[in-house]
Design a protein around this ligand. Structure first.
Ligand code: SIN
Length: 489
């Protein structure tokens, strides 16, 4: 074991570096480096699992499914509740691990641990609320009953932007439904996932029920997860481009699939809005996790009559955001996940300026280091510009204007994506028309942050399918079985 004093944890056993398969730690022949995005320094050498580890994990999950799916739901719920308690008891350590490998400010990391844990708590309770149905039969001697059963082994691939919550949101629903679970966390942020596995083990999650395969080769692991005949369901959070590929791979064994893919959220401010509240909502929605969030505001659309007032206030608020190391006090925005990401953001900003956008704030790689990008605001943006069309995934805000409610709706919907949208208005008529008119799975109305365990998270159009969290989230992990009983009379 290497020296991980760098993390300054209360419980050093939370730093694990091997895959977690069938209730044990599984070291691979080779290893890969996990780096701190602030310094580029290597913080851990992690087992480089691949096809073999993925297959072992699926087999372990298959073996465990027999007993886990049959265990009474309230007993599964008790184990999950213990897992939730342990995560919250270790919230400080988990947050440090998360910040050090991912970069987000410690306060946000703490929020993410609580957010991730809240799915485990919610589904530990919801496990016992899976109901069937009795349907009136068409013949006197028949009875028709519908039962719901766990789909089987679930495989998941999760992203680096929420290293805890994206795993918890899927695993909690899967385990509550009686499924067993294998996950490949992003190679940039495997340590949070492995710490969660350590706590799952301590909570008494039986061996094989929750497995984590860490490795750099996403293709090799993804191939197993999407084509293995013993995987019944595959779930992914990540880009739309990768999601399409994975869906096509799942077709060979006709897996149940749920996808949480990219977004291009409009944030619309109508003329009757509370402008200060809208500025506050836009800041939190846009700059949370340095803008590296699928649901974060991608474009701000403002009624032209309040454009100047909103823009001035927004720019002033953005200029106060402090860029820095997530471990330092008062940091609002941490580094981006890679220098490649920074380069992509800068290219987008420069291309938009060349297309006529006006740079009001930021617009450069920060002097703090090659993974930091200045919080940036662009005005005079048009729908044709790259910055309005692409999912930005960084701390850059394009601002556009509109003249009418219809134009606002049509600009908002002018995207292949349909994950989240936000708007601010105090007019009940505007609120209903716009909420119904926007083609998105989630709408924040006078709210910039809408994610929580009790609500259905998910998108329409090319933002994916299925829902995570809430009572609807369980359905994605359950099959409906119809029982027709004859010869009753
Ligand atoms: C995401 O970026 O996909 C997740 C964001 C959230 O859960 O709020």
């Amino acid at each position: 074991m290497e020296n991980y004093s760098y993390f300054s944890l209360n419980d050093n056993k939370l730093i694990q570096t091997d895959s977690f398969i069938d209730g044990g730690w599984y070291e691979s022949k080779t290893h890969f480096n996990v780096n701190n995005p602030v310094t580029g320094q290597t913080i851990a050498k992690v087992s480089n699992g691949s096809k073999r580890e993925a297959e072992c994990a699926v087999q372990a999950a298959k073996r465990a499914f027999k007993s886990w799916s049959k265990m009474p739901a309230h007993e599964r719920g008790k184990i999950m509740r213990k897992w939730f308690d342990l995560i919250m008891q270790h919230q400080d350590d988990l947050s440090r691990i998360l910040t050090i490998e991912q970069g987000k400010p410690l306060a946000e990391a703490k929020g993410e641990i609580a957010y991730g844990a809240s799915f485990i708590e919610w589904f530990s309770e919801e496990a016992k609320r899976v109901y069937g149905d009795v349907i009136s039969a068409q013949s006197q001697n028949q009875r028709i009953i519908v039962i719901k059963q766990a789909v089987g082994v679930v495989a998941a691939i999760t992203p680096w932007n929420f290293p805890c919550a994206m795993i918890a949101r899927k695993a909690a629903a899967a385990l509550a439904a009686g499924c067993t679970f294998v996950v490949r966390p992003a190679e940039k942020t495997p340590l949070t996932a492995l710490a969660m596995a350590e706590l799952a083990q301590r909570a008494g999650v039986p061996k094989g029920v929750f497995n984590v395969v860490v490795g750099e080769d996403a293709n090799a692991i993804g191939q197993v997860f999407t084509t293995h005949p013993d995987v019944a369901k595959f779930t992914f959070t990540g880009s739309t481009a990768v999601g399409k590929l994975l869906i096509s791979q799942c077709a060979s064994t006709v897996k149940k699939v749920s996808m949480e893919l990219g977004g291009n959220a409009p944030f619309i401010v109508f003329k009757d809005a509370d402008i200060d509240a809208a500025v506050k909502g836009a800041i939190i929605s846009k700059y949370r996790n340095a803008g590296q969030t699928c649901v974060c505001t991608n474009r701000i659309l403002v009624d032209e009559s309040i454009l100047k007032e909103f823009t001035d206030k927004f720019v002033e608020a953005v200029s106060k955001l402090k860029l820095g190391d997530g471990l330092s006090d008062n940091t609002d925005i941490g580094p981006l996940i890679s220098t490649k990401a920074v380069q992509g953001i800068d290219d987008l900003v420069q291309a938009s300026v060349a297309q006529g956008a006006k740079l009001i704030l930021g617009g450069k790689v920060s002097q703090l280091g090659s993974q930091f990008y200045q919080p940036t605001v662009l005005t005079n943006v048009t729908p044709q510009m790259s910055v309005a069309k692409h999912e930005i995934f960084g701390p850059v805000t394009p601002i556009m204007s509109f003249k009418t409610e219809d134009e606002a709706i049509s600009l908002g919907n002018d995207t292949q994506y349909g994950l989240a949208a936000y708007f601010y208005s105090r007019d009940i008529g505007v609120i209903w028309r716009v909420a119904e008119g926007l083609d998105f799975g989630m709408i924040g109305i006078n709210e910039g942050i809408i994610s929580n365990a009790v609500a259905p998270f998910g998108g329409v159009k090319q933002s994916g399918n299925g829902r995570e969290g809430s009572k609807y989230g369980l359905d994605d992990y359950l099959e409906i079985k119809y029982l027709c009983m004859g010869d009753i009379l």
